[in-house]
Design a protein around this ligand. Structure first.
Ligand code: PEP
Length: 249
């Protein structure tokens, strides 16, 4: 069965002292958690420090983006081997903030996913509709294109592991969570897409996280849905006490 997986997306937050304080409180509080996989995805500048802090703990390290080339004249970019070198196991790809503000497309998401997998990183590939899409009845079309174009040619050996995160854009950072039924409906749609396009094994083993104002007060009900396997958490992952409450839901 799928082990629940909760990842914190710190976005562009936290300085080194704050990260140190966070882990001083968080690591002892969650050290006995075995039934949930945990990851934290800080900004690039904190990866080395956080890698040292979480070493030998049950908390894994992830980054918030990655470029697809290995090295070269790409000023400002970070490659998959660089993330591996600093101790990352996961990398968020195609977050809606990158699609909205930095020109990310399904095509570039697909390149990043393939490059991450080729270097032994597990992508957390995001999908999700805007409020306008939802109001125009386009939720399923948008999610379908994010999933199928993002995953095009990805399952070559059938062994590849990609974590998916369904994040309705209207629920990110707004305090408006999708209701458990609304989220489940899209998660079931995604699992069905996986089954139709990549087979039953991939559909059944793929972790599909929900993201969008996940808080300690709503996580248990979301996690009780059959196709919600975890959470990608922004705001509530920035404080050790609320992130602890989330992973101990
Ligand atoms: C996110 O950053 O992916 C996110 C879901 O943010 P928040 O939990 O703050 O809505």
């Amino acid at each position: 069965m799928r082990t629940p997986f909760i990842a914190g997306n710190w976005k562009m937050n936290m300085l080194s002292g704050e990260a140190e304080d966070f882990f001083k409180e968080f690591l002892p509080a969650v050290k006995d958690v075995q039934s949930v996989k945990i990851a934290v995805c800080p900004v690039y500048t904190l990866l080395h420090q956080v890698s040292e802090l979480v070493r030998d703990s049950n908390v894994k390290l992830g980054a918030q983006n990655v470029f697809w080339e290995e090295k070269g004249a790409y000023t400002g970019e970070i490659s998959p081997p660089m993330l591996k070198d600093v101790g990352c196991e996961y990398v968020i790809i195609g977050h809606s903030e990158r699609r909205q503000h930095f020109g990310e497309t399904n095509e570039t998401v697909n390149k990043r996913v393939k490059a991450a997998l080729a270097h032994g990183l597990t992508p957390i590939m995001c999908c999700g509709e805007t409020l306008e899409d939802r109001e125009n009845g386009k939720t399923f079309d948008v999610v379908k294109s994010h999933i199928l174009e993002g995953l095009q040619g990805v399952y070559e050996s059938g062994k590849e592991e990609v974590v998916l995160a369904y994040e309705p854009v209207w629920a990110i950072g707004t305090g408006k969570t999708a209701s458990p039924d609304q989220a489940q409906e899209v998660h079931a749609f995604i699992r069905n897409l996986l089954q139709e396009n990549f087979g039953e094994d991939i559909a059944q083993r793929t972790i599909i996280q929900y993201g969008g104002s996940v808080k300690p007060k709503n996580i248990a009900e979301l996690m009780s849905q059959p196709d919600i396997d975890g959470g990608l958490v922004g705001g509530a992952s920035l404080k050790a006490d609320s992130f602890t409450a989330l992973v101990k839901y």
